[in-house]
Design a protein around this ligand. Sequence first.
Ligand SMILES: [Zn+2]
Length: 330
Amino acid sequence: MERYAKQIILKEVGEEGQRKLLVSKVAIIGCGALGSMMANNLARAGIGKIKVIDRDYVELDNLQRQFLYDEEDAKQSLPKAIACYNKLRKINSEIEIEPVIADVNPGNIESLIKGYDLVLDATDNMETRFLINDACHKNRIPWIYSAVIATEGMTLNILPGKACLRCFIQSMPSSLPTCETEGILNTTVAIVASIATTEAMKILLGKDVREEALYVDAWRNEFLTIKVKKRKNCPTCNGNYEFLNKKTGSQFIALCGRNAYQIMPMKKLSIEDVYEKVKKIAKILAYKDYMLRFSIENYEFIVFPDGRIIIKGVKDEKIAKSLYSRYIGN
Ligand SMILES: [Zn+2]
């Protein structure tokens, strides 16, 4: 408890509150800019169990805004969940940290969040957020929506029985600005992640939290709140879980912000299977239980334990498909 002394002095927390935090469980979905900051804050605050879920690996241009990672993580293309785990373990060895390298989808989300007191959204796309909204509503788990783009950010607490994300944002926007075209100010990330983490602590402590959405523009020093009302015909609130009931999406997904494709094979391949296939023709860069990384031609392949493969250096789907079928596929 000594390590939390300055937090226990806070009348908002106290010793009893700290004990509550130490038995709380939080799942963070996405461990990029927002997620790594949230994980950092929560680990230091003494949240008893933190699960960090991420599908991606660390790259050099992440370091500008992804506060937990360093050049060595990028050099090794370390999966973010693993890099995050390594850092958190050094920050606080007394709490439980579970890294999960996975793409959150309708097939796995419920098992990933079951038994957790709170879910934090730190993803980079609306589809996954609507999926979190469905899964948390169905399992009555509070969650916090957070998003950042350019100098702006938004966050909203979503509690069981109250307005949900689809009460606020009715349907998938046809196109959204991405970090590739708009960029991200790292202080916006820090502000939004810190506000969301504070609300997370309040939810875990059973305190009242803000019911409005909060909009921030860090560059212009603007903070606005937006009223969010429960919508009568909201599909999620009426138990129609459109995103949770979806069949898992396309096999080939372009990764936001870079020349890379993710492939989710129909038939799951193990890291060992792929290694056996390519060991004679590829240059093996890393062969670990959490990742196989190799290069063929000028392309780099990364294989994860859940069977996903990311091919770096690919700009279009046709090339991704042909590389996949040539070297790995059926
Ligand atoms: Zn709703």
